[in-house]
Each structure stands twice: as structure tokens, then as C-alpha cells.
Design a protein. Structure first.
Length: 489
């Protein structure tokens, strides 16, 4: 009996040993994948949240709070922190040089700079920059996107590995969406007046893996976000009028939801099974909507030469003239019926709001997928941040709106000391939320249900880039310098 039991135990051990090895291998692979994902740094890859147990500054005026300040060429790209380095892009207007830089995160010393002088720089908005897109780093290479110049990859010592030339894009405001990285693919979305697309290239060599046309998309500047639903990773892509989910393996569209603004700049904010999407554009509020006349009415008002088309000289409407370039899809200098009605439909369907959406299934989502909607205080540019069950968003004038993420209930609507425009997105950590205004004022608000402004500091330098976190510090990029601000007792 004992011999038989001993024999059975030995056989059981031989059977379980491979299973144990498989379990250990799966656990090792899972940890490796998690570690690899933490090495991916791109715009909003951290959803605007600092790591836990990371002490961050409350006051910037306190002696000792400034660790270092280094002069920096202008640029709107957010600093990316990884491997003890900071990566960012810049632009020198006098020399027409686009540059990518690596900076030592502890000292601010420039480790290398790789500049590209181009014969013609992409035209941007008067307050825009050709160095708008935030870089990507995966611990092996740095990837940057310079609009109509294209997408480039550098090794960690600044040597260019590959480039993919692009453009020019038909958009007088240039390109704004940043690349992201997933599964060894650099993924980029570009929505312009015509030929909008979502694409993926091999991170190692820049070869195109797939490219998905977005024929219904008009200009928008939102960066895609990675989201997992029931263990399946998807790309959340926000554009004019629509939020959609795409398969990162092949770029196929999985589902989509309507109800967005006509121009979308903020990125989606996923939390669990819910996606929070803020979008606002001029002319989309219910009380101040822009609506185009019907095509026959427009012709009867302005078609003075009776050719069935409308030239810029014929139109007597400032709202139309401001948008003539984007409406003139074939750039022939006149608007025809198809061009007019396409944009009339965009204006008609546009909605300014913050939506809480629970996507499921495939195809168009039912209205029931929107679990709540909020229409006050919605930002044009800045992406909201969620911390401690509260969603924070900031719009022009320094108006901060706090919502309960579960219900959409308004907690507060207050104003921070920094007035003016807000292009940088709020970030949160260590019980604080940071808001940076275009004029250069950074306000610190307590991350709690009650409203409390902890401090406010005016840098007197314009800020367009979103602040970034480092160990025990906050990096603030202005149009003149890069700052490292540390927690100080």
C-alpha cells in the first residue's frame, strides 16, 4: 500500500512539474509585459497622474523649491520623462530648425540635441508651434512627429534611425496630435480637412504596418489613448463628432459613438469600463450655435455671377469667411454645393459636452451607452484629469469644474488665480492638482471634495506644454525655459 502510494505521488509530481513551470513562465511573462508597459512614455500615457508615494511641491515661491532652471527654445510639446532623462522637441524660427533634445533629469544639462533645418516649415495657428507633438520613448528609441515633415526615430544617444516623410497636410493650423506606442507599433492619428487617417508603423524600422482612412473626419487634434475592455486592448480615437474604438492589430474600427464637437482637441480619459470624453468648439453651445444657410438660400444671397458657386469675394458672412479655407476641400477658390453641405452637416450635428460612455459590442453605440452628460465648463484644448473619484477640467478664464465621476454631479465650479487661456492639461498627484495658464500662472488645488487653492505662482513666461512628473519633482516647460520644482518641507 505504502509503495503504491509512493509511486502515485511520484507520478503526480512528474505531472505537476511541467504545469508549475508553465505557471511560472506565464507569471514571468506577465511581469515582463507590465514592466515593458511602464517603460512606454508618451502624451497622457500616465493619464496625467503621478506615481503613488511621490512627494510633489505645494508652493513654488518657497526658497529651495526650485531645483534648477535651464533656458530652452520654444515648443509646445510636453516633456517626456524616462530612464533618468527628459525628452522634448523645440523650434527655432530664425533658422527654421526643428529639434529633439535629451536633458538630464537631475541636473537639466542638455545631453544631446539633434536639429533638422527644413526649407519650408508647416504653417500653424498664430499661437501654434511646429514643435507641438509630444515625443514617445520606449527605453530603446525616441520617436518624434513634426507635422508635415514627418515621423522620425532616434536612438537614446540622438542618432537618427529612420524617418517617414509625410504631408503636406491640408490644414492651415498644422498638426497637433501626438504619436503613441503599443505592441512595438508607433501609432499616429491625423485628422485634417481631407485625407484623414490612423496609421501604425514598425517601431524598429518605420515600415508601414497598416493605415486606416477616416473619410468622414475633418480637422481635429486629439491624441489616441490605449484602453482595455474585457482584456482586449483598443485604441480610443476622438475626432470631429465621433469617438471610436479601433483594433491596434490591424486598424479596423470596432465601435463608435456620436455626440462630440466639430473640432476635438482633448484626449479621451478612460477609467475602468467607462470613457470620459470632453469636447468643445466655438458655435457648438446650444445658446450660441453656428448654423449655415441652406445651399439654395446661400446662392440666392451671394452668388452675384450666377455660376452656382460661391467665391470668397461674394460671401458677406464673417462666420463663413473665417472657415472658408477648411470648407474649400479641393482648394479651387470657390465653394460648391457638396463642400457647403458637408460643413453645414458638421455644424448641425456638433455638440459641446463632457460625455461618460460605457462602450460595448461593435458598430454604432446605443444612446444608453452614454451614462451621463455635462455641458458647462467644458474645455477647448485641455484634457481633464481624474483623481480620487473626481474629474477636474479647466477652460478659458481659469474656470475649474469638478464632477463626481460616478454620477456626473457637479461638485464645484470655481476660478483659479490664473486668468486667460488654458492649453496645458491639468495633472494630479500627492493630493494636489496643477493647472497652468497660457500667461504662465501655475495654480495648485487640493485634490479633495472641498474647494481649496493651495498656492499660485506666476512664471511670467507663456506655458503651452503640460507639466510632467519626476521623482519628487514637477517639470514645468515655458516658452523660455524648463524648470524642475521639488517638494520642500
Amino acid at each position: 500500500m505504502q509503495a503504491s502510494l509512493k509511486s502515485m505521488t511520484g507520478k503526480l509530481h512528474l505531472l505537476l512539474k511541467p504545469l508549475l513551470f508553465i505557471c511560472l513562465f506565464i507569471r514571468w511573462a506577465s511581469l515582463g509585459a507590465q514592466a515593458a508597459e511602464t517603460e512606454l512614455h508618451y502624451f497622457r500615457s500616465d493619464h496625467g497622474l503621478a506615481p503613488t508615494n511621490n512627494a510633489l511641491p505645494s508652493e513654488f515661491d518657497t526658497p529651495g523649491s526650485l531645483r534648477w532652471r535651464v533656458p530652452m527654445d520654444p515648443g509646445h510639446s510636453t516633456p517626456i520623462v524616462g530612464g533618468g532623462r527628459i525628452y522634448l522637441t523645440a523650434y527655432q524660427a530664425a533658422s527654421r530648425e526643428l529639434a529633439v533634445l535629451a536633458v538630464d533629469a537631475k541636473t537639466g544639462q542638455t545631453l544631446w540635441r539633434n536639429g533638422i533645418t527644413v526649407p519650408q516649415v508647416e504653417h500653424t495657428h498664430q499661437i501654434g508651434s511646429p514643435a507641438t507633438a509630444t515625443p514617445v520613448c520606449d527605453g530603446q528609441r525616441v520617436y518624434v512627429f513634426f507635422g508635415s515633415y514627418g515621423l522620425l526615430a532616434f536612438d537614446l544617444e540622438g542618432k537618427k534611425i529612420w524617418e517617414v516623410r509625410m504631408g503636406p497636410f491640408q490644414d492651415e493650423y498644422g498638426a497637433g496630435s501626438s504619436p503613441i506606442l503599443l505592441d512595438g507599433k508607433v501609432i499616429l492619428n491625423q485628422d485634417h480637412d481631407v485625407d484623414s487617417f490612423l496609421m501604425a508603423v514598425d517601431a524598429a524600422n518605420g515600415k508601414l504596418l497598416w493605415k486606416t482612412a477616416r473619410p468622414d473626419a475633418v480637422r481635429s487634434y486629439s491624441t489616441p489613448v490605449v484602453w482595455s475592455q474585457n482584456g482586449r486592448r483598443q485604441l480610443l480615437v476622438a475626432g470631429a463628432l465621433e469617438l471610436a474604438g479601433y483594433d491596434p492589430a490591424d486598424g479596423k474600427k470596432i465601435w463608435w459613438a456620436n455626440g462630440l464637437a466639430r473640432i476635438v482637441i482633448p484626449t479621451p480619459v478612460p477609467l475602468g469600463d467607462t470613457v470620459y470624453m470632453a469636447s468643445w468648439a466655438p458655435g457648438g453651445d446650444s445658446a450660441k450655435r453656428i448654423a449655415l444657410d441652406s445651399w439654395p438660400k446661400a446662392l440666392s444671397k451671394w452668388d452675384t455671377n450666377h455660376d452656382g458657386k460661391l467665391s470668397r469675394a461674394e460671401i458677406q458672412d464673417a462666420e463663413v469667411l473665417d472657415r472658408f479655407y477648411r470648407m474649400d476641400l479641393n482648394q479651387d477658390g470657390v465653394l460648391d454645393q457638396q463642400e457647403w453641405e458637408r460643413h453645414a452637416e458638421v455644424f448641425r450635428r456638433a455638440e459641446n459636452s463632457l460625455l461618460a460612455i460605457k462602450p460595448s459590442g461593435t458598430g454604432p453605440l446605443a444612446q444608453s451607452a452614454v451614462i451621463w452628460k455635462h455641458q458647462r465648463g467644458v474645455p477647448y484644448v485641455a484634457t481633464p484629469v481624474i483623481d480620487g473619484g473626481i474629474l477636474y477640467m479647466v477652460k478659458e478664464g481659469g474656470i475649474v469644474t469638478k464632477l463626481d465621476v460616478a454620477t456626473g454631479n457637479l461638485l464645484q465650479e470655481e476660478r483659479v488665480p490664473g486668468f486667460g487661456n488654458y492649453f496645458a492639461s491639468p495633472v494630479a498627484g500627492d493630493g494636489k492638482v496643477y493647472f497652468a495658464s497660457e500667461a504662465g500662472t501655475v495654480s495648485v488645488v487640493a485634490s479633495q471634495p472641498e474647494w481649496k487653492v493651495i498656492s499660485s505662482h506666476a512664471f511670467h513666461e507663456k506655458i503651452y506644454a503640460t507639466p510632467a512628473f519626476g521623482p519628487g519633482c514637477l517639470y514645468v516647460r515655458t516658452e523660455q525655459a524648463l524648470y524642475c520644482l521639488q517638494a520642500f518641507p
